[in-house]
Unconditional design. Structure first.
Lengths: 238, 788
């Protein structure tokens, strides 16, 4: 793997506790983690194991109860609400299970939504070309299939040239064949742009395309595996 | 008592959506309140008047004569259709009050010999009736007595026919003839300067040298007999005695002013409540249809577990009925409270012995029924949808909003940022809702435009009437016409700079079957103090021959300049002539006809006479002028312009503050109701999108900017529409108010539109601010984990 020397994301003793009334639920218990430039990391784990909480804090959507998170030299855990917004805007691309496209905007406009507010974006056309959707750019989400919508979401996530691409169950709502196409798009983006990519999934099969696989359990990283031989998405089925 | 689960859900929904529920309920309440207030005040005023007229035997016909023998009364009573008649002495007198510098006047009216019996019976508020044999006892009208702190037992010096007489006030009374007690030449009742005094007939006969004679007669006409026929017969009888033409009740000043007030109330009932009820129906429609969309899966579930379509529909109907119930309760309380306030205002303006504020259950019932109908009407479409929704379909999530580009119909909105495109597409996606919201906000602007314009219009009226046309400082009206040398006498009064004579003669002007009784005023050829203005406000010269008619009069007679009208003068030799209409003048109060003074005197053929003087007074000499007028032996009526204007302005300012507060509150209720509900529904529909944008790195300000942008467009587009609707309502109101008595100039300045828009924008901003907190609290993580 290239560029392993440069650490993009550094997490130290990260904990998160949710409190509702008298009930205290620890979601993360002192997690330590690092991700390197261009690395493709798959995060596995059962529901409630803390993987989504981890991704949310790393993505600047949620705040930690204790511990520290750095993106490069920037300490996320020291940022306020405005700082986190700025961080998401400039550095993070998100892909979600339910796509979260704006229904009133076409594919191209959904991507432009992000390029308009980014410092160093690629063009919307390039981003859509990268996920193979140039032909469908003037369609509204309601006119696209699930897989196509997810690829628009990926194009929207990468159009800002993010340092970090975070995907939460990107294939969760898709059938196997469509899921593979989405994974291909993700892998290609990771390869071409060098964005550090973290993918949460329930689907262990996907871990075969990763550089590294993290397994969460009970709010901790239970196991870490480095893939010596990465498969291409087309070789994966579930 | 066991509350069924669905009913419990209604209560919880009401609590959960309390702000939207309240916003709708308030609009509904405004409709109910204005309906009750308008109808209540209308029926209250009509009923009070009717009952008062009935118990006091208010006359149907009124006529003045110079001097008629009492024997004529028998002939008058014998006129076919006359039920009863009463001959009276009605004369102007002057009170001599040490505490009052400016001259005031008292209208003295004789009491019938029978005391309380007869026509226009008095209502004795305090004290007792004067002794019929006494020459020293009088009753005073309530307003005047209160203004001067005069009660039973108080002495009062009255100058009658040039003689000072020391009188004793025996009581305070009210008369149906002076419910709205307007002094001659005044525009607003001023109880300080004008009052009524009733005295036994014998004492007035002596005071005014009218032994065995009368100067005024009032008639009761048999029900069903047209007053006009009786008037024609009466005029024939009184002509010989200086009769100036009888007037029917509808033209009696006090009655006519009350009528004008009733007309305004009925216009209010026709305009305001329908606006509120319409907007409320629209809000119910918008809110319920969103609620049904959100609860689609629940509706499916209810049906799946065995609730009938009817039961589920009734559930949503109950929700709406609860909203209307809240609105009705607030509206009833507010309506009753405002009604009491309005009744208080009437009590100040109109001298009624009692005020029947009807708490007619029918009025309340009708208001409640109309409110429920409009709310349910607004809910029908959504409730129908609930009934028709098959459970299997309902339990599936609804399809995402289908924004689709049809071939050739794709609109890219060039030049807009994507957030702008979102705003444009959302607004266009639900055009009906967008248009209804625009209409709702426009109505709140319209209410303000339709109410605020009157201020500017009244100011114009004051400006034109008192500063351009009537430029005199004081007006002296003689009790009877005097020779022209009175002008020189007037000019020699202390403080007087200019004296300009005028003569008014009552006349009947007719043209092709239409006729009006007016006062024809003769003025110098180029009047300087009391001018006649053309519609473009240029002063007009008096024509050599011919008449200048006010626009109102020319409209009433259907004549244009160049037409000839028949003028039958009702004084002196009662000449009847045909005169050309040589011009039209502007005028807001009453009907007017102007003529050259010399020309008028030539027609009358009774010498160079004047009825009074318009005076310009040196402000330094004002006190000396007052003193001289008060000391003058002959009875004359003096009007002071500054006091008339001040009184007019004070009264209006008081009413306008109340009026503007009420109308701005009403408009705010609509604006807040519409904007807040629109914002909440838009937020409910787009919350997921907006949260997604926050995830993508949009700031709170940028995200709330999208929703605020939609609101801004709705509110801004509504402004010109609101101005146009307001203009329409105002012009309809002007047409409805216009009568022979009043003619309201219709001017809407830019300031009216600006004020209306600013008030509505402020209300809109306030409601947007309420919603902004919710946008800031959007949960970013939750939306990512849930399917829409």
């Amino acid at each position: 793997m290239d560029g392993e020397t440069k650490t993009v994301l550094r997490v130290k003793a990260l904990s998160k506790v949710y409190q509702t009334g008298d009930v205290v639920v620890p979601a993360l218990r002192s997690v330590d983690f690092q991700a390197f430039a261009g690395e493709f990391v798959v995060i596995l784990g059962p529901s409630g194991s803390g993987k989504s909480t981890f991704l949310n804090i790393v993505g600047g959507l949620d705040t930690a109860s204790s511990g520290q998170v750095w993106f490069g030299d920037m300490e996320l855990t020291a940022l306020d609400e405005g700082g986190l917004t700025r961080y998401r805007r400039d550095h993070v691309g998100f892909v979600f299970q339910f796509y979260n496209l704006v229904p009133s905007l076409t594919a191209r406009e959904n991507v432009q939504l992000v390029t308009e507010i980014s410092r160093n974006p690629m063009t919307a056309d390039d981003a859509l070309a990268l996920v193979g959707l140039s032909e469908r750019q003037n369609h509204f989400p309601a006119q696209l299939s699930g897989g196509e919508q997810q690829r628009v979401a990926i194009a929207r996530a990468i159009a800002k040239n993010p340092g970090l691409l975070l995907c939460d169950e990107p294939t969760g709502a898709l059938d196997s064949a469509t899921g593979v196409r989405v994974l291909e798009a993700l892998a290609q983006v990771n390869r071409n742009m060098g964005a550090t990519t973290l993918v949460i999934t329930h689907n262990a099969a996907i871990s075969e395309i990763a550089d590294r696989v993290i397994r969460f359990a009970d709010g901790r990283i239970a196991k870490e595996t480095v893939n010596t031989a990465r498969k291409v998405p087309a070789e994966v089925t579930w | 008592m066991v509350i069924s689960p669905l009913r419990r859900k209604v209560l919880r929904d009401l609590r959960r959506l309390w702000a939207q529920v309240l916003a709708i309920a308030l609009v509904l309440a405004a409709g109910v309140a204005t309906l009750i207030l308008g109808n209540g005040a209308y029926s209250s005023l009509t009923e009070t008047r009717a009952r008062y007229y009935d118990t006091s035997r208010f006359a149907d016909v009124f006529a003045d004569v110079t001097r008629a023998p009492r024997a004529l009364l028998a002939e008058i009573k014998a006129i076919d259709g006359v039920l009863d008649a009463e001959a009276r002495i009605v004369k102007l007198a002057r009170p001599d009050l040490p505490g009052m510098a400016e001259p005031g006047s008292l209208l003295v009216v004789s009491l019938p010999d029978l005391g309380g019996a007869g026509i226009n019976r008095l209502y004795l508020r305090q004290g007792r009736m004067p002794d019929p044999g006494s020459h020293r006892e009088i009753l005073l009208s309530e307003g005047f007595a209160l203004a001067h702190g005069l009660g039973p037992g108080a002495p009062l010096t009255v100058i009658m026919n040039g003689r000072k007489t020391q009188m004793l006030v025996t009581g305070i009374a009210l008369s149906p003839e002076f419910i709205y007690a307007l002094g001659p030449g005044d525009m607003m009742p001023d109880p300080r300067r004008f009052g009524i005094a009733w005295a036994p007939r014998a004492s007035l006969e002596a005071a005014f040298n009218l032994d065995g004679a009368f100067s005024n007669v009032v008639l009761k006409v048999l029900p069903g007999v047209p007053a006009d026929r009786v008037i024609a017969d009466l005029d024939r009888l009184t002509a010989r005695y200086g009769g100036t033409g009888a007037t029917a009740r509808k033209d009696q000043i006090s009655h006519a002013f009350l009528d004008a007030e009733l007309k305004q109330l009925s216009a209010m009932v026709k305009v305001l409540p329908p606006i509120f009820l319409l907007v409320a129906a629209m809000l119910v429609n918008m809110t319920l249809s969103r609620l049904v969309t959100l609860e689609r899966e629940q509706i499916g579930l209810f049906k799946a577990i065995g609730y009938s379509s009817r039961a589920v529909s009734v559930h949503y109907l109950e929700f709406v009925l609860c909203i209307s119930l809240i609105g009705i309760v607030i509206g009833l309380v507010a309506g009753a409270w405002l009604g009491a306030g309005l009744a208080g205002m009437y009590a100040r303006f109109f001298s009624f012995p009692f005020l029947v504020f009807t708490r007619d259950p029918q009025v309340y019932g009708l208001a409640a029924l109309v409110a429920v109908t409009s709310a349910v009407g607004g809910a029908l479409r959504s409730v129908g949808q609930v009934a028709r929704l098959p459970p299997a379909v309902a339990m599936l999530p609804s399809a995402p909003p289908a924004f689709r580009s049809r071939p050739g119909r794709f609109r890219p909105f060039p030049g807009l940022r994507q957030t702008g495109v979102m705003i444009a597409r959302h607004l266009c996606h639900r055009p009906v809702r967008t248009l209804l919201s625009i209409f709702g906000v426009a109505m709140s602007v319209a209410i303000l435009v339709a109410s605020l314009w009157s201020t500017a219009s009244i100011n114009l009226m004051v400006d034109v009437t008192f500063f351009r046309a009537e430029r005199q400082d004081a007006l002296i009206a003689f009790a009877t016409p005097r020779p022209v040398r009175a002008v020189f006498a007037g000019r020699s009064l202390p403080g007087v700079l200019v004296a300009e004579p005028f003569r008014t003669v009552p006349a009947r002007i007719s043209h092709r079957g239409l006729s009006r009784r007016v006062a024809v005023t003769g003025r110098p050829q180029e009047p300087r103090l009391s001018r006649v203005l053309a519609p473009d406000l240029r002063p007009m010269s008096m024509p050599e021959t011919g008449l200048i008619l006010s626009q109102a009069l020319s409209g009433a007679l259907g004549v244009r300049p160049g037409d000839r009208v028949t003028v039958e003068f009702l004084e002196g030799a009662r000449p009847k002539v045909t005169l050309p209409v040589s011009g039209l003048s502007i005028g807001y109060v009453g009907l007017g006809a102007a003529i050259d003074l010399s020309g008028l005197n030539r027609i009358m053929g009774d010498g160079m006479l004047v009825s009074g003087l318009n005076l310009m007074i040196d402000s330094a000499g004002q006190d000396a002028f007052f003193a001289a007028v008060k000391a003058a032996p002959r009875t004359e009526f003096v009007t002071l312009k500054s006091m008339t204007v001040t009184r007019f302005r004070e009264t209006l300012a008081e009413n306008i503050t109340v009026m503007i507060t009420v109308y701005v509150s009403l408009a705010t209720i609509i604006a807040v109701g519409v904007v807040y509900n629109f914002a909440r529904i838009a937020l409910s529909e787009q919350g997921r999108e907006l949260a997604s944008l926050r995830v993508l790195g949009f700031t709170r300000r940028e995200v709330s900017g999208i929703l605020m942008g939609e609101l801004a467009i709705v509110v801004i587009v509504a402004q010109p529409l609101g101005w146009a609707i307001g203009y329409g309502i105002a012009s309809a109101m002007v047409a409805a108010f216009s009568s022979d008595l009043y003619r309201v100039p219709f001017v809407i300045g830019r300031d009216v539109y600006a004020t209306a828009s600013l008030a509505v924008l402020a209300a809109a901003l306030g409601s947007a601010w309420l919603v902004r907190g919710r946008i800031n609290r959007l949960d970013m993580i939750r939306v990512l984990k849930t399917r829409e």
